[in-house]
Design a protein around this ligand. Sequence first.
Ligand code: HEC
Ligand SMILES: [Cu+2]
Length: 386
Amino acid sequence: MLAKLNQCTSGLWADAAHKLWFPDQASTYAAESDSTYSMILWVSIMFFVPLMIVMGYFVLKYKKAKGGKATSRLRHHNGLEITWTVVPCIFLVIMFVRGSWGYLDMSIPPEGARQVDVTAYKWAWSMDYGNGAIHPELHVVLDQPTKMVMRSTDVLHSFFVPAFRIKRDIVPGRYNIAWFEATMASEKISDEELAVILADHKESGDKQWDYDRHQVTEDGYRYFDLFCAEYCGQDHSTMQSYVVVHETQEDLDQWIKKISSRGETPPAEYGEKLYKLRNCVGCHSLEANKIVVGPSFHNLFGYDRELATGEKVLGDEQYIRESILDPKAKVVNGFNPQMPSFKGQLSDDDINSLIAFIKQQSDRGSTAADLAEEKSADEKAADAAE
Ligand code: HEC
Ligand SMILES: [Cu+2]
């Protein structure tokens, strides 16, 4: 009987309700989750509304008239007592059973699921696809289970993709596992359309890719939203990412290859890319007097900084490297030690690229070696001219 009630509560109600106010159903969980939700909602409404109507009616009907006498209380009615205990109980058991089925399914990743290591930190996401391929967007393959091993480097965050009906807290100090299987691929727009959007982006002068404005990723894919669903501090509301569902494994592999290596890109240019991708931009501006959460990168290189301890230290390669790997070792005066460590998240080459980029932001960015090189190049050019 349970199963039957179950069935009839899911289909109808769920269908009508979810189209009204739910996002796409884009994972294997979505339909089941929605129907459980709708069932609980409608059962609650079914009890709440009649109860309130009857209560209101009785309040009026049995209102004590002025000067009238109070009537005696009704003591007991077995039939009523049993009915209003047993009937809600049946509904509660159905809710519990359906909830547990869903929960168990979400808790146990199937074997052979593809793994992505997810790191949440104030206030961004970083997805590690292995072999140094790290990106803030989550990319997965259609109809294939993806298992996420998630950790936080600072406070409590929560992984939430509404279209997949998946939400999992990320508690610092432990691994938090979740999995899902996407059932709706992200459309890829044509190269011509993408070219128009890229031109628009360039023209806007935005430092970061504006997903809301462009409605596609930088690679031209439509996406599902990924939010942090746990209030985690100042910029919690901007702690968003984007999920792209590739139609085939090859398509995903190609994308991973594209993001994984610097290749021929010059270090400073690649450093700028990392500055955005790893969300340094969320806390460090490039303008002289603009403080976001941390100090600006403008004239960081080659100048003295004052530390919280009162010491002075020169902003050189060694200091920047240490600041990235072990930010709490030397805290800049006037700032909270809010920066997450990027140890194990950036390769040596990544760090060198970032340093090259930070150098560019300083008028003392050219080191003695650079100057000597420039000079010898000038001399060579002069020699050649003669
Ligand atoms: C959550 C915000 C946050 C993020 C993200 C962040 N930082 Fe920081 N960073 C800070 C704060 C706050 C300070 C100053 C306090 C300190 O020294 O720890 C700082 C200090 C620094 C310093 C020393 C600056 C100086 O003026 O002496 C460097 C270099 C630095 N960060 C580089 C980076 C790089 C590179 C990234 C990205 C890979 C990054 N940070 C990401 C918050 C952040
Ligand atoms: Cu968060």
